[in-house]
Every structure is written in structure tokens, then in C-alpha cells.
Design a protein around this ligand. Structure first.
Ligand code: HEC
Ligand code: HEC
Ligand code: HEC
Ligand code: HEC
Ligand code: HEC
Length: 499
């Protein structure tokens, strides 16, 4: 018995000793862990050392790259080409019309008929603008530069410190004169010879730069483009519901005392889309008036159309982009309405921003870094989509593919319908029907073309808002066929005898 008693005592002593030992090890581990967490927290709080000073004039991303090397390294990768079924492109992007011959007829009489290519990475934006035949062969305004170069210092200099004045002044110059002004501003580049040609053009100009999206002191996101600031103010001033932009609804409810200011009023999550909405939007950038975003009546295709239809140029003429060479119709040109289309989709409605998919977070040690290699999310599905959607990569590709293929088929049908309308108008005119007699048909052409182009010019092939995109194309087909029908009944003898 005593044996078993002492055995139990010994076992207990051993056990106690063991527990104490385990405890000591645990304390050691926990202390270590806490210290490590503390260090990592500090690291995450103070994720960079400001080695060089950057300010509002520092347009050179290489200078910022000294302080924020991770972001700069990714940013530089926008020189790399990526290709998906409907996105991205190889070295010099293909002419869009090579894949879609109907574009040349839709754009007859307009600069887009001579040169219109697929987009590529941010690094190339200024180079591609300098080189397009739309710029080298046609006269274009200085406003083009708002979205293709780090232009803010130039606006400030030309406006005597007032960005909006400088924005208007640069817009009044020709592209070539304005381009020369950008160079005169120069750029502070403390890194001698350290940059690649695409980021530091030979003449010192830069494509979109860190300073365009970040406050150089706080590194907070901010928007800088006057066109966007005016556009989003006009949207807020209006009455169109913006359920996905709660700060606008809040501002409206708050009595509208001061103008809506995205840099003050918007949430951080909204800013993660606004910085892209500075450029990825529909706009007017022609010779007749200052660059503007047509959002006064809302962001939907028909709301934008209604704004253009009521808009008069300073010379009193109604709004149009060009007169169609075959029919004479005064028509509209759509440009990359990504922000507007995203606004109609389920992701915007669920609070998912452009950056969530196009600049997803990645972990580097203790750090959460936003991927500054802005590109197609389909090249980056694990980080761009799988954080929210628990499906395999193949399944996610297939879901996107289904949306894009359906959109593409509808787009082709719309293009066929529009081409049929153009044919019918040409035939009617040949048989002696006047343009005045075709006024209602030309109005239908304007409507059909606007909708078709709105989808064709948008760069997600329907993904950003599948159902809205299908609605827009259904309307395009309907308007085109109505116009075709009206034109063909008129040329087949139903009209009054030609005089
Ligand atoms: C839910 C994810 C998601 C959100 C949010 C999103 N996009 Fe996209 N975007 C995509 C996908 C998917 C594509 C299709 C890419 C492809 O076809 O390769 C795409 C395509 C694009 C393209 C063309 C890319 C290419 O390589 O051709 C641009 C430009 C773009 N989006 C801009 C934006 C902007 C600006 C916003 C916000 C206003 C936005 N996107 C919001 C997922 C998203
Ligand atoms: C200063 C204007 C500007 C801003 C701001 C901007 N973009 Fe772009 N983006 C462009 C231009 C211009 C191009 C086309 C470049 C070319 O084809 O040379 C482009 C191209 C792209 C592409 C196609 C890339 C490829 O490899 O084909 C994507 C995707 C894209 N942008 C998404 C975004 C997102 C997301 C944001 C916000 C985080 C954003 N952009 C902010 C002007 C801008
Ligand atoms: C509101 C911003 C904005 C303005 C203003 C702007 N662009 Fe762009 N541009 C973009 C964006 C965003 C892209 C990339 C998306 C795309 O290609 O659809 C782009 C793409 C391009 C491209 C490459 C693809 C193509 O279309 O061949 C060229 C060239 C170009 N723009 C020239 C111009 C010219 C010329 C002007 C002036 C008439 C101009 N841009 C004005 C935002 C803008
Ligand atoms: C088109 C807009 C845009 C440009 C240009 C841009 N950034 Fe960012 N940056 C973002 C967005 C969006 C975030 C995410 C911020 C957030 O969620 O608050 C971000 C985040 C950051 C952060 C915070 C840490 C992180 O990675 O999330 C740093 C640092 C940063 N960027 C540095 C840079 C540097 C350096 C450059 C130039 C090489 C640059 N950015 C260019 C949009 C931009
Ligand atoms: C931050 C979270 C988030 C991210 C990132 C995200 N999604 Fe979504 N996605 C959602 C939510 C929320 C919905 C709405 C459905 C729901 O509430 O479950 C949705 C819906 C969808 C739908 C159904 C669309 C429809 O119109 O009904 C598809 C397809 C989809 N996502 C694909 C993608 C792809 C592809 C990516 C990456 C490029 C992506 N999502 C990234 C949150 C996200």
C-alpha cells in the first residue's frame, strides 16, 4: 500500500514538476510571441522610414520608391504585358477594329476610325497618347493630358496656384502646346538616372504617379483631378439615387451647405474607387468647352444621355461629338465608362471597390501591402476574388467567362443591328430621301450607337454589371431595328415623291 502511496506521491511530484516546466516554457513562448507581436505592430504602424522627402511637386515615382519600395516595385510591373480573353494586350496593342470591323463604320468621320487600340499597363499611358494617330494626325486639346500624365504641378503653375484655373488654361491649348507646358514644369528627380524610360519620359514627363492618388505628407488616398471633382460634385448636387455611394446620400441629407468634397466627405472604401474614377470614366474632351464628366443627372447610360441631350455648347449648338460621315447624324462617342458601369453592379452595391479586385492586398511579412501592379484581376484570382468567393480558380474563371461570352454575343448582335440601320439610311438617301426627312431615324441612330458604344468602350466585357450591360445592349438592338425599319419603309416608295 505504502508503496503505491509513495508511488503516487512521486508521480504527483513529477507531474507538478512537469506542469511547472511546461508553464515556464509557455511563459517563455508567450512572452516571445507578445514581443514579436509588439514588434510587428510597430512595424505595421511605422511601415516605412522616410528616407527622402516627397512633396506636391514630386511627380517622379522613383523618388517615392525610396520610401515605399514594395509599392514602387509592383507599380513598375505595369510595364509588363498580360493577356486574357477580353483584356490586356501584347506589346503594341492591336487595333480594336481588326477584331471588330463594324467599329470603323460606327466611327465613320471621327478620329477613332483611324486609330483605336486596346489599352495596356499604366506605365504606357503617356507614350501611347503621344503616339496615337488620333493625336499626331488630328488636332486634339490639352485636356487630353488630365488623365495621361502627372499634370498637377503644371495646373498649379499655369493657374498661379489655382488648380482649376490652370486646368482650364491647359485645356485651351493644343495638345502639343500643352505637352510642352508639362515638360516646363519639370519634375524633381533626386535619383540620378535611376528610372526607366517609360516612367521618366526623355523630356521629364511621367504617367500617373504616386502623387496623383496619395497625399505626400500623410500618404492618405486623395483625388486630384479637377474633372472628377467637378463631376462628382454635380452628381451629388443632383437627385439621382446613389445607393452605392453612401457619403453622397449622407451629404444630401445633411442639407448641402458646402459643396460635396470627395476628399473630405467620402469614406475610405469609397476613395478606393474614386481614385480610379478620376480617369476610368465617360467624359467630354473636345475643342468646344472645358473637359467635363456628364454626371449631373446620374451615372446610368440613359441619365448621361439625357444630360447630353439637354446640354448646349457655348455656340448654342446641341451636344454631339461628331457628325456621322455616312448618315449625317450628330452622334455621341463613349469612353471607358468603368466607374459608371461598376456603379450599376452587385459588387458596388455590396461595397466592393475597384482596388479590392484590381489592387488586392498581399502579405509581405507582417505587412499588408496593396498590389500596385494594377491589372486584370483574372491574372490574380487567388488574391482578387478568392478572399470573398470560396470556389476554385477554374470555377471563378468559368463564371466570369460565362458573363463575358454572353455579353460579347449580345454586343455582336447589336453591332449587326446598327450596321443594318446604317445600310438602310444610306439606301434611303440614295433613293432621294433628305436628311431632314430622316430626322427621327437619325435620332434613333444616335440612341442605338450611344448604347452600343457605351458597352464596347467599357473594358470589362460586361463583368462590372452583367444585367445592366445586357439591358443597355437590348435597347441598342431595339433602337437600331426601329431606325432600320423606319428608313427602309421611307425609301421603298412610302415617301412623298422626290422633289
Ligand atoms: C469584383 C471585382 C471587380 C471590381 C470591383 C472592379 N473590377 Fe474592373 N474588372 C474586373 C474583371 C473580372 C475584369 C475583366 C478582366 C479581363 O477580362 O481580363 C475587369 C476589367 C477591368 C478593366 C480592363 C482590364 C484589362 O486588363 O483589360 C478595367 C480598366 C477595369 N476593370 C477598371 C475598373 C474600375 C475603374 C473599377 C471601379 C470603378 C473596377 N474595375 C471594379 C473585376 C472588377
Ligand atoms: C490618371 C488617370 C488614371 C488613373 C487615376 C487610373 N487609371 Fe487605369 N488606366 C489609365 C490609362 C490612360 C490606361 C491605358 C494605358 C494605355 O493603354 O497606354 C489605363 C489602364 C488600366 C488598366 C489596363 C491594364 C492592362 O494591363 O491592360 C487597368 C486594369 C486599369 N487601368 C485600372 C485602374 C484602376 C483599378 C485604377 C485605380 C486604382 C486606375 N486604373 C487608375 C488611366 C488611369
Ligand atoms: C477622363 C480621363 C481621360 C481623358 C480626358 C482622356 N483619356 Fe485617353 N484614356 C483614358 C483611360 C482610362 C484609358 C484606358 C481605357 C481604354 O483604353 O479604354 C485611355 C486610353 C487611351 C489610349 C489607348 C487606347 C486607345 O484608345 O487607342 C489612347 C491612345 C488615348 N487614351 C488617347 C487620348 C486622347 C487623344 C485624349 C484627348 C482627346 C484622351 N485620351 C483623353 C482616360 C482619359
Ligand atoms: C491610381 C492610384 C494610386 C497610385 C498611382 C498609387 N497608389 Fe498607393 N495606394 C492606392 C490605393 C487604392 C491604396 C490602398 C489604400 C487604402 O486602402 O486606404 C494604396 C496604398 C498605398 C500605401 C499604403 C500601404 C499599402 O500598400 O496598402 C502606400 C505606402 C502606397 N500606396 C504607396 C504608393 C507609391 C509609392 C506609389 C507610386 C509608386 C503609389 N502608391 C501609387 C492607390 C494608388
Ligand atoms: C470583397 C469581397 C468580394 C470580392 C473581392 C469579389 N467579390 Fe464577387 N461578389 C461579392 C458579393 C458580396 C457579391 C454579391 C452576392 C452576395 O451577396 O453573395 C458578389 C457577386 C459575384 C458574382 C455574381 C454576380 C451577379 O451579377 O450576380 C460573381 C460572378 C462574382 N462575384 C465574381 C467575382 C470575381 C470574378 C471576383 C474577382 C475578380 C470577385 N467576385 C471579387 C463579393 C466580392
Amino acid at each position: 500500500m505504502s508503496d503505491s502511496f509513495s508511488n503516487t506521491r512521486r508521480r504527483r511530484a513529477l507531474l507538478l514538476g512537469g506542469i511547472a516546466g511546461v508553464f515556464a516554457v509557455m511563459v517563455f513562448l508567450i512572452t516571445g510571441l507578445l514581443t514579436s507581436i509588439f514588434q510587428r505592430k510597430q512595424e505595421a504602424k511605422n511601415p516605412y522610414v522616410r528616407l527622402v522627402e516627397v512633396n506636391e511637386e514630386t511627380t517622379d515615382p522613383a523618388a517615392w520608391g525610396v520610401n515605399w519600395a514594395r509599392e514602387y516595385d509592383d507599380y513598375k510591373r505595369t510595364t509588363e504585358s498580360t493577356k486574357t480573353r477580353f483584356g490586356g494586350s501584347e506589346t503594341l496593342p492591336a487595333e480594336k477594329a481588326a477584331a471588330n470591323p463594324w467599329l470603323t463604320r460606327m466611327f465613320a468621320g471621327y478620329a477613332f476610325a483611324i486609330d483605336y487600340r486596346d489599352r495596356r499597363g499604366h506605365a504606357y499611358m503617356l507614350q501611347d497618347q503621344d503616339q496615337t494617330r488620333r493625336v499626331t494626325e488630328k488636332k486634339q486639346p490639352g485636356s487630353c493630358l488630365q488623365c495621361h500624365t502627372a499634370v498637377m504641378p503644371t495646373y498649379r503653375r499655369l493657374g498661379g496656384g489655382d488648380v482649376f484655373k490652370g486646368f482650364e488654361a491647359l485645356g485651351r491649348l493644343s495638345y502639343q502646346e500643352a505637352r510642352a507646358e508639362v515638360v516646363k514644369t519639370g519634375s524633381s528627380n533626386p535619383i540620378a538616372g535611376g528610372t526607366q524610360a517609360t516612367f521618366q519620359h526623355a523630356d521629364g514627363a511621367h504617367p500617373v504617379a504616386c502623387v496623383d492618388c496619395h497625399d505626400p505628407q500623410s500618404m492618405e488616398l486623395r483625388v486630384t483631378r479637377p474633372g472628377f471633382i467637378r463631376g462628382i460634385q454635380a452628381l451629388a448636387d443632383g437627385t439621382a439615387p446613389t445607393p452605392h455611394l453612401e457619403s453622397i446620400e449622407r451629404w444630401r441629407a445633411g442639407g448641402r451647405a458646402k459643396p460635396y468634397d470627395p476628399n473630405v466627405d467620402a469614406s475610405r472604401q469609397e476613395m478606393r474607387s474614386y481614385v480610379c474614377g478620376q480617369c476610368h470614366v465617360e467624359y467630354y474632351c473636345g475643342p468646344k468647352t472645358t473637359l467635363f464628366y456628364p454626371w449631373n443627372n446620374g451615372l446610368k447610360v440613359d441619365q448621361i444621355e439625357s444630360y447630353y441631350d439637354q446640354y448646349k455648347f457655348p455656340d448654342g449648338h446641341r451636344f454631339y461629338d461628331w457628325a456621322h460621315a455616312e448618315t449625317g447624324a450628330e452622334v455621341l462617342k463613349a469612353q471607358h465608362p468603368e466607374f459608371e458601369t461598376w456603379s450599376q453592379g452587385i459588387h458596388a452595391r455590396s461595397g466592393v471597390s475597384c482596388a479590392d479586385c484590381h489592387m488586392p492586398y498581399k502579405r509581405e511579412g507582417a505587412m499588408k501591402v496593396s498590389d500596385h501592379w494594377v491589372r486584370s484581376p483574372l491574372t490574380n484570382i487567388s488574391r482578387a476574388c478568392q478572399v470573398c468567393h470560396p470556389y476554385s480558380e477554374t470555377e471563378i474563371q468559368a463564371r466570369v467567362g460565362a458573363i463575358q461570352e454572353r455579353t460579347h454575343q449580345l454586343l455582336d448582335r447589336s453591332a449587326t443591328a446598327l450596321t443594318a440601320l446604317l445600310d438602310a439610311v444610306v439606301a434611303a438617301k440614295k433613293s432621294g430621301v433628305s436628311e431632314a426627312q430622316l430626322a427621327d431615324v437619325l435620332a434613333l441612330q444616335r440612341k442605338a450607337q450611344w448604347r452600343l458604344d457605351f458597352v464596347a468602350a467599357e473594358n470589362s466585357m460586361g463583368f462590372h454589371a452583367p444585367q445592366e450591360t445586357a439591358r443597355v445592349l437590348a435597347e441598342a438592338i431595339d433602337y437600331a431595328r426601329q431606325g432600320q425599319l423606319a428608313a427602309s419603309t421611307r425609301s421603298s416608295g412610302a415617301r412623298p415623291a422626290a422633289r
